[in-house]
Design a binder for this molecule. Sequence first.
Ligand code: 5GP
Length: 116
Amino acid sequence: MAYDPDNIFAKMLKGEIPCHKVYEDDDTLAFLDIMPRSEGHTLVIPKAQAENLFDVSPEVLAKTMAVVQKLAPQIQNAVGAEGILIQQFNGAAAGQTVFHLHFHIVPRKEGVDLKP
Ligand code: 5GP
């Protein structure tokens, strides 16, 4: 499948639809998930056009993962979570619904189930 430049995250990057921004730099954007599975559920995306993990350069991937690594503990502290789930889907069959590469940062608290 070719990258769709009008996917919802591409529209966010173009400023065509709003998002609750958590972090931004030249290469990446992080924002709150609109349907959070836990308090603080955040998505980190590269600004480069990439449909999934296999459609991104190692350089862009490294920058994106560095942001995941930096933000995750900050988000964990901010919401008082004890752990952090990092999740990433490739392809509709795997559960991907937005076809712009993204990493979920999902704070987890002991004994608290994820929302569906
Ligand atoms: P995935 O493709 O990994 O299954 O999940 C896409 C994620 O994007 C979902 O968790 C969904 O809630 C989130 N999402 C979909 N549309 C929007 C939107 O318009 N704004 C925000 N902030 N998140 C969205």
